[in-house]
Design a binder for this molecule. Structure first.
Ligand code: ADP
Length: 140
């Protein structure tokens, strides 16, 4: 398997609690390399566009408001099977269901405020990386 890249977000509940470094450490310990990273605060329009796949879901408004409530850290992660590996390191969406030692089990507050986002497939990873990073920000 060749090196793969995925997109990751340290969400507002985690940046607010100063957990960015702790989460980066868990990603690195899990075998992923942070190859691009920046701290930003999304506009409501950007959050709505990023989560447009969920626009019909009842939690869409709450999710978008949460995602703009504090700065976030957006990242590109690289490694063998990075998309799947990151999902393993993150744990299940609901921290109550997440395996021990995963980011969400250790740090998430709730199903909504669950500390991290990670792409779920190669197509979404490519789209999400391009949504936040220009080619100039991505080293080869
Ligand atoms: P994941 O982030 O694990 O890929 P989803 O794509 O299903 O999960 O959902 C995107 C995000 O929306 C979740 O990470 C979580 O923050 C939020 N979310 C999902 N389901 C709910 C829900 N039932 N109530 C509130 N927020 C939710």
């Amino acid at each position: 398997m060749a090196l793969e890249r995925t997109f990751s977000i340290v969400k507002p509940d985690a940046t607010k609690r100063n957990l960015t470094g702790a989460i980066c450490g868990m990603l690195e310990a899990g075998g992923l390399r942070i190859v691009a990273q920046k701290r930003i605060q999304m506009t409501l329009a950007q959050a709505q566009q990023f989560y447009s796949v969920h626009s019909e879901r009842p939690f869409y408004g709450e999710l978008c408001e949460f995602m703009i409530s504090e700065p976030i850290v957006v990242q590109v992660l690289e490694g063998e099977n990075a998309i799947l590996r990151n999902r393993e390191i993150m744990g299940a969406t609901n921290p109550a269901d997440a395996d021990a030692g995963t980011i969400r089990k250790v740090h998430a507050l709730s199903l909504g405020e669950n500390s991290v986002h990670g792409s779920d497939a190669p197509e979404t990873a490519a789209e999400e990386i391009a949504f936040f990073f220009s080619g100039l920000e991505l080293v080869g």
